[in-house]
Write a protein of this length. Structure first.
Length: 196
């Protein structure tokens, strides 16, 4: 069963406009590229997959919203600002005209653990996922997406593998899921484009 798109953390959401169009422009351009390549999008049943984020101030970041994968062109209504998170309590605090992506906790791990990371892209692609599974740093299959277990798995990979150098990982417990991160949007995007 595909459970992509369902928020598994406690989401404390403030329904308020937070972004101007110029603030999302660069991130949205990369999201559009990934959408065009079908690395972000929606399954036939309408459930979306994939998401993009960019660090703003401190550990705060903007991220494409929950259930936006099936929307071809996003605008300010489709991004959320994650203002805080607590992995131990499984909580994410966000505001925007949409709730933050179901993968927000996974993105948060990189922003918390690696100060140099400015962008995180999460894509889906079955063939690449199968090819790179256990070839790249790979989370345990028991860790489901959007859970503290997945977040802790990513932290483990950061400490025990070459993930900080590779900037690319596979989520064994999240069918098709691959994550790249970078010092800016271009680095994260180029890592993904290099897989094709």
């Amino acid at each position: 069963m595909i459970d992509e798109g369902y928020i598994k953390f406690n989401c404390h959401w403030e329904d308020v406009a937070v972004f101007e169009e110029k603030e999302i422009e660069a991130l949205n351009a990369w999201r559009a590229k990934l959408y065009d390549l079908n690395l972000v999008g929606a399954y036939e049943n309408g459930i979306g997959f994939g998401n993009v984020s960019q660090r703003l101030e401190g550990n705060q970041f903007m991220i494409s919203g929950s259930a936006t994968g099936n929307i071809e062109t996003l605008d300010t209504r489709h991004y959320a600002l994650v203002t805080d998170f607590d992995m131990d309590k499984n909580e994410v605090f966000c505001k925007g005209l949409t709730r933050a992506s179901s993968e927000s906790m996974s993105h948060a791990v990189f922003y918390k653990s690696l100060p140099q990371v400015q962008a995180v892209f999460h894509i889906h692609h079955q063939a690449m996922w199968q090819h790179y599974l256990h070839q790249l740093p790979t989370t345990r299959a028991t860790a489901a997406y959007g859970t503290p277990e997945m977040a802790y798995e990513m932290m483990r990979l950061y400490k025990e593998s070459d993930l900080p150098e590779r900037k690319l990982m596979v989520m064994a417990g999240h069918d098709e899921g691959i994550i790249a991160f970078g010092k800016d949007l271009k680095e994260a995007g180029d890592i993904i484009l290099g897989l094709r």
